[in-house]
Write a protein that binds this ligand. Structure first.
Ligand SMILES: C[S@@+](CC[C@H](N)C(=O)[O-])C[C@H]1O[C@@H](n2cnc3c(N)ncnc32)[C@H](O)[C@@H]1O
Length: 220
């Protein structure tokens, strides 16, 4: 689950089964969590700058495009994935049915990016909100992906603004995920962060959570 080729195969097979493009959601979609997302956008919106949002490991999910469409606040949403197949499907679908955003200043882009190298694309302290729906889960569930999950977390903490947040949507139990996030935060060179969890609810017998990671303000 940490290999580009695995995901390319997954998205190729998935799209070949459908007569035309349909978004694929790993678990729930935007509607289930928009009440978590909108307050973040509201708290960071200002009249002169776009709220910077990253959907990290977007796949072919409608999550990022839905934030772009439904946010009343001006946003610049970047949907990024390591799989060029997923990225191309997303770019084509957006070109084919570009829906106007609620805020006319909002922007949307989809790009191929390995999220272990976020700093090569985003400046430090530049992103307001990172959403991760199933991406860290996928990395943590493969043996070689564990190191990548740590790298991704470090990169997120570097590119997030000091008042920004990373939201990891996951079915992993809090006992395991909170322990992992807290232990990662104690590694040398990692930006200190506060970690919290909210239960989203139960769907098809599974419990889902939102893990919120917020860089700790640096005291001078
Ligand atoms: C479990 S899927 C979730 C996809 C999407 N977020 C959703 O909810 O449907 C994990 C996604 O992470 C992507 N991915 C895995 N490793 C990645 C990496 N290093 N950088 C960027 N994306 C990655 C995969 O290509 C895949 O689309």
């Amino acid at each position: 689950m940490d290999k580009k080729a695995t995901w390319d195969r997954f998205y190729t097979e998935n799209s070949s089964r459908m007569p035309e493009f349909e978004n694929f959601e790993w678990f729930f979609g935007f509607n289930s969590v928009q009440d978590f997302i909108m307050p973040f956008l509201r708290s960071r919106s200002s009249s002169d700058t776009l709220v910077r949002v990253l959907d990290m490991g977007c796949g072919t999910s409608a999550f990022g495009p839905s934030i772009y469409r439904h946010s009343p606040f001006p946003v610049r949403v970047t949907c990024a994935d390591i799989s060029p197949v997923a990225v191309q499907l997303m770019q084509e679908s957006i070109r084919a049915k570009a829906a106007a955003p609620q805020n006319p200043s909002s922007q949307l882009e989809v790009l191929e990016l390995d999220c272990t190298e976020l700093c090569g694309y985003f400046g430090s302290n530049s992103v307001d909100l990172i959403v991760d729906k199933g991406t860290t889960d996928a990395l943590l569930r493969s043996r070689e992906g564990q190191g990548k999950a740590s790298q991704v977390l470090k990169q997120c903490l570097r590119v997030l603004r000091s008042d920004g947040s990373l939201l990891q949507f996951s079915d992993e139990d809090p006992d395991a995920r909170l322990l992992w996030l807290e232990s990662e935060g104690r590694e040398p060179g990692v930006t200190a962060a506060d970690v919290g969890v909210h239960e989203i609810g139960e769907m098809r017998g599974m419990h889902y959570y939102c893990y919120q990671v917020t860089p700790r303000p640096v005291l001078h």
